[in-house]
Ligand binder design. Sequence first.
Ligand code: UDP
Length: 505
Amino acid sequence: MGSVLPYMEQQGSHTLHPPRVLIFPFPLQGHVNSMLKLAELLALQGLHVTFLNTQFIYNRLLLHTDIQARFAAYPGFLLKTISDGLPDDHPRSSDTLLDLFDSMNSISKSLLKQMLASDELGSESSPSVTCIIADGLFGKFTTDVADELGIPIIHFRTIGACSFWVYFSIPNIIEAGELPIRGKEDMDRLINSVPGMESFLRCRDLPNFCRLSDLTNQSLHHLVQETHHSKRAKALILNTFEDLEAPILSHIQTQFPKIYSIGPLHTHLKHKLATVASSSQSSNSFLEVDRSCIAWLNAQPAKSVIYVSFGSLAVIVKDQLMEFWHGLVNSNTRFLWVIRTDLVTKEGDSAQILAELLDETKERWFIVGWAPQEEVLAHPAVGGFLTHSGWNSTLESIVAGVPMICWPYFADQQVNSRFVSEVWKIGIDMKDVCDRQIVEKVVNDLMVERREEFERVAEEMSMLARKSVNEGGSSYCNLERLIEDIRLARSGRFGSSKLMRDHTP
Ligand code: UDP
């Protein structure tokens, strides 16, 4: 990649240092991935960026990516690390996320303050952080530190506008007496207290932690609190685009006047890199990418393969693995399945389980431990995606124009899958069911019976996604405004550009 010219700016008689933005993601794959893309977009525009990873995550990125070489091409780009306070052998898995929250709240907070106050996060040409973009998932402690030091802070939520709005509305749902859920027979009851979702949001579409009968549950409380802390930030960044989520964005804007919807970030970055003739095949993966599946895909007919992946955190039990396996095999559809070594819990090692399956119908499927997902979804042989409905995966599928079968696991995924099926109509939601006959049926529906219907809508949405990051598109313009505001932040004028697009209807 060619080097980007250093950015210096005259104001009055003196030269200002380039703005330095600190970007601090929550240490999970989807969060780091999208925030690294934002970091590169800002660096491409000449901003100096400090990207702060936990040491644990940074070590994994060093093992599996070219992160150091890639960002060395940007003047003023710094990769820094901070402790997450947990011992090295802590699993940092989906069922121990509260440990990570608690530890970062107590240990990382004081470290962050110290690093910012001592200019440890700056360079000679831009010594001080002039603006912080922090993951809204740990909005409280980062905003406390920013306020104490007088640095403007913007929150980045890596989930969609739809789930952000549901998280934000949980206190209203509780106050309206619509939670707790009263048993299995109550799951299809409509929820009326999330503005804009009254006609389709059911109890079963609420984030999984709303399924608990105890509404004082710590995970629930934590996510609601952190979401409300975003009101203290100067602005909110969302990885979405207006043509996808305009109605929900307009509801969010009643509470958060300044929103920059600048997604889909992976496409936005790809587009900007193409204009400087740079390669965009880099990976931000915490696991080793197995590219052998691309050669296998190259040998398959167009749109014949369903890609199956449950993201970086979801875990399943052996029975569920077997139901998916038999459903996929019985559907007679070719499939490419990502089976991480830690995908199957409790009943033993995935490799051993798979060894029992491997001699059936071998030519019709391919298994990898971790795939180059964006490339896979863009491959002409891929015609569908069986997904856990993580937000990055959802956006990547939308951009590729690939219809989805959704099997959400936790957090925002229950909401995303409802939007995919009921609002955007680009797929089928099979949440809460894991049965081989259902799997076989929905795979056939998506890939054969209703294929044209889904393809038409998915292609239209893909076109709108790509349009949003082209010159003059909504995400393109919102990114320009964000950059203008970051520059103004140096002189205490954050947000005084003529700015924001009004989402109110
Ligand atoms: N991913 C990947 N290879 C895989 C599976 C996933 O590169 O085999 C990437 C995927 O492209 C996405 C991220 O991992 O960017 C997963 O994020 P998402 O928000 O979809 O789900 P999470 O892992 O946070 O549950």
